[in-house]
Ligand binder design. Sequence first.
Ligand code: ASP
Length: 400
Amino acid sequence: MNLSTKILIALALGIVAGLELGVEGAEFVKTWIAPLGTIFMNLIKMVIVPLVFSSLVMGVCGLGDVKKLGRIGIKTVGLYLVTTAFAIALGITLGILVEPGVGLQLSTEGLTASAKAAPPIMKVIIDIFPSNALQAMVKANMLQIIVFSLFVGVGIVSVGEKAEALKDTINGLAEVSYKMVAMIMSVAPIGVFGLITPVVAVNGPAVLLPLLKVVVAIYVGCLLHALVVYGGLIKFFGDGNPVAFFKGIIPASLMAFSSCSSGGTLPLTMECLRKMGISKSISSFIIPLGATINMDGTAVYQGICALFVAQIYGVDLNAGQYMTIMLTGTLASIGTAGVPGAGFIMLTMILTSLGLPLEGSALIAGIDRILDMPRTSVNVTGDGAVCCIVDKSERAHEEA
Ligand code: ASP
């Protein structure tokens, strides 16, 4: 039995166990089942920093030329932006069609929410550059680690012979990190079971039913985006076989679904792409970047939720406000960290820019974990799709 099947079975068992145990069994689940998921996530997180650093440095060494790096960077960021804009447009469209907030009579009394202010753009840019590489690693700050690794890689290539020993050491670290990921992944089904059971136990049908429309809209939106946009991209700009792509990436998508963390799924995403034959030098750059800035599932969610809140309060949005959702939604999804619940915090930023009451988002807060699952899964699948397209285009470039 392959890993994807085992993870799927674990997911199904987790859902059944969660429904069976319910809120009454929550204490048991928290004490005995949830730790399996926490230990698994800790193991995965343990390997992220050495993995990203070493594989990115080796990636740059493998490219051997800074011009190529620039070209890949532009293609990657361009694709990330375009797919995100599609995602948010899809979210808005579904919000208009499904009308998830219309007729909802929910009292928001007693619910409070606070807005997250958008940081000044200059601060965002400054924060990409680490003043202390070790601190960036200790804090697992992905963008800063990417910048440092790029510098080390370019440095090694420029120095040449004298840096041979350092290069060999980092290569050793990369190989050991890949091995560690493979070892940890062999227990992924147990981890997935431990992650999903507590979520289902506390989010039973009673919690979900009143908000069913918004839940369904987000699940459908995420599925549509993955099938149409990524399927289409792979079909027309990738190797032409979307089924093979989805089959290859599914362990990472399922892991993202259970863990709600693109950052935490990163090692597995890289492993899946490696197995699909994607060049390591490309995936080691594109995936850590994507896990930080590319959040299409979050964009779908933000589009739908913005409309959901507007509809609850009977606010008719005008064309300018739709543009605001497109723009702030794209920026918010870039600014969303690849950790559980981050997209919800950024949602408050969009609501503020639309002048909508924040209490509306408090309705979503209660079920956000359920909405985080499909969006994180799409976030990760999107990183993989862009990686396949850029890999294909780089191969074509080399052959030309
Ligand atoms: N949990 C998502 C992720 O890790 C981010 C979000 O909350 O939307 O990709």
